[in-house]
Write a protein that binds this ligand. Structure first.
Ligand code: SAM
Length: 310
């Protein structure tokens, strides 16, 4: 996460104790402490060279998989889509609310480093304090400005200065007017609201339109992972007649599997995973156009004024 990190593990570092993709734990390396898992007890003082544990530098991707959950969090499929549509890149100034468990904050920080700023807001005092502490421990205090604040009641206290806003709030529409005021009026502003229910999306879209946002679009991000495994060919239906009513795709896959067989007795196969993460949330995106230069310091146009001008 912090690209200036010392190349070797030191006391005070956070490392990820990785057993396999389903089993990882964050560990704060401290003198005299131990880390335990099903393979035994490991002393922090001599972690290097252990047989069953890999110690990894924490990346935002790994942190999302191991972080202490204080709330529901964002996962990489949604994070990737949001980061791309909000055009997060080095130097961008971003607002996020609420901070929650800081899962997305870590990815945002990496995308906008080294000279962008993330202003992140959380109205739950203890959660805000814990997130601030974690950002400091992970060397992100120069990039993330973390505040305890109710953004629906009190706004963001930021005006005319960001180009990207992400809202993961129960009632994002209550924060949209203040969000609009935070955008840099000289540049295109991009917003995303993350809401699990379609009723929330409807209210958000109505408010975005009334406030003069454009290009309002909603997506749901679903991932379909595949499992790849080598199987003895006599256990496969491919060896016998094609199953009754089988789909054309099955025949195509069968032909593909035959093509990658590495020996007459085994075949490399792939199939979609049976249980996958389903609906997380709806992602509502919108764009706020810059104020034309001739308008001077005039505020962004509203939908009503834009319609009247057409
Ligand atoms: C689902 S969590 C956010 C999770 C976060 N996106 C992550 O990836 O870890 C939503 C957070 O918004 C906070 N929140 C709700 N209403 C708020 C408001 N009006 N102002 C600031 N934070 C708020 C909640 O306390 C909660 O921690």
């Amino acid at each position: 996460m912090n690209s200036n990190r010392h190349p070797a593990i030191q006391y005070g570092d956070t490392v990820i104790a990785y057993v396999n993709p389903e089993s990882m734990k964050p560990v704060e390396v401290a003198a005299g402490q131990t880390f335990q898992n099903r393979f035994g007890t490991f002393h922090h003082d001599d972690m290097i060279g252990l047989r069953f544990v890999h110690l990894l530098e924490p990346t935002p991707e790994l942190w999302t998989l191991v972080l202490p959950h204080r709330t529901q969090i964002l996962y990489q499929p949604d994070i990737s889509l949001i980061s791309s549509f909000l055009e997060l890149q080095p130097g961008v100034n971003v607002i996020e609310a609420g901070t929650g468990s800081g899962s997305f904050s870590h990815s945002i920080a990496r995308s906008i480093a080294p000279n962008g700023k993330l202003f992140t807001f959380e109205f739950h005092e203890e959660r805000a304090a814990k997130a601030k502490l974690e950002f400091a421990q992970h060397g992100l205090s120069d990039i993330i400005v973390s505040q305890h604040r109710d953004v629906c009641k009190n706004g963001f206290g930021i005006f005319n200065s960001v180009t990207a806003i992400f809202l993961d709030l129960p009632s994002p529409w209550e924060a949209l007017e203040n969000a609009k005021a935070a955008f840099d009026p000289q540049r295109v502003g991009r917003i995303c609201c993350f809401s699990p229910c379609i009723e929330q999306v409807q209210r958000t879209c109505e408010t975005l339109k009334a406030l003069g946002f454009y290009d309002i679009r909603m997506f749901e991000c679903l991932v379909r992972p595949y499992e790849v495994q080598r199987i003895e060919s006599e256990k496969l239906p491919l060896a016998g007649p094609t199953p009754k009513g089988s789909h054309k795709a099955f025949k195509r896959q069968s032909a593909g599997a035959d093509a990658v067989a590495s020996s007459p007795s085994s075949v490399l196969t792939s199939k979609p995973k049976e249980s996958v993460r389903g609906h997380t949330s709806f992602l509502t995106f919108a764009v706020l156009l810059p104020t034309p230069p001739s308008d001077g310091a005039a505020p962004h146009p509203t939908a009503a004024s834009a319609d009247a001008a057409q």
